[in-house]
Ligand binder design. Structure first.
Ligand code: SF4
Ligand code: SF4
Ligand code: SF4
Length: 169
């Protein structure tokens, strides 16, 4: 579980790297390759990509913004006039659950599990308590579908390299 402190972003935001579109090159290379044209933002059919700091594109998984998830359709990659989105693999984001999850209040909720097409969220039975969501990290694609309808905004998708993720790993 992600601690409330970490979940609420008690980290220095400026030290966290933004989430770039899937297939983005490593950050330093991305920044020198991307032309900040926003073609990828305009091409994204789900509205996940936004124009971020410095006009560089970012994936906005802000809880409550409720964007549609990334479908890995590749439209952003195809629209990019540079090699900025030419990595062979997509991002390595993983879902994390905070202590705001209803299961922590002994309330049954399986919304996130129902939204996960990758079936990466399981609810192992828990003696004397409500089952908590448990992530199969190897199955999670970081698409973000699970967070959109979470009633308590208890889910984030984070890079395992991020400070917030390392705080709970
Ligand atoms: S792969 Fe598709 S849905 Fe995902 S960020 Fe790119 S354009 Fe948007
Ligand atoms: S389409 Fe490519 S060059 Fe243009 S903002 Fe997106 S990543 Fe950068
Ligand atoms: S981010 Fe996507 S794949 Fe990962 S748990 Fe959420 S819905 Fe499933």
């Amino acid at each position: 579980m992600l601690s409330r402190r970490a979940f609420l972003g008690v980290v220095t935001p400026s030290r966290e790297l933004p989430v770039r579109p899937p297939w983005a090159l490593a950050e330093a290379e991305f920044l020198t390759t991307c032309q900040r044209c926003s073609d990828c933002v305009d091409a994204c059919p789900t509205g996940l990509l936004v124009r971020g700091d410095g006009a560089y594109p970012e994936a906005d998984f802000t809880p409550g913004r409720a964007p549609d998830a990334c479908t890995f359709c590749g439209e952003c990659r195809q629209a990019c006039p540079t090699t900025a989105l030419s990595a062979t693999a997509t991002w390595q984001l993983k879902a994390v659950f905070s202590s705001d999850c209803l299961a922590e209040r002994q309330v049954v909720c399986r919304t996130c599990g129902e939204l996960c097409e990758a079936r990466a969220i399981h609810f192992p039975p828990r003696l004397g308590g409500v089952a908590r969501p448990q992530l199969d990290a190897s199955a999670c694609t970081g698409c973000g579908a699970c967070l959109a309808d979470c009633p308590t905004r208890a889910i984030r998708v984070l890079s395992p390299n991020s400070i917030a993720y390392r705080g709970v790993a």
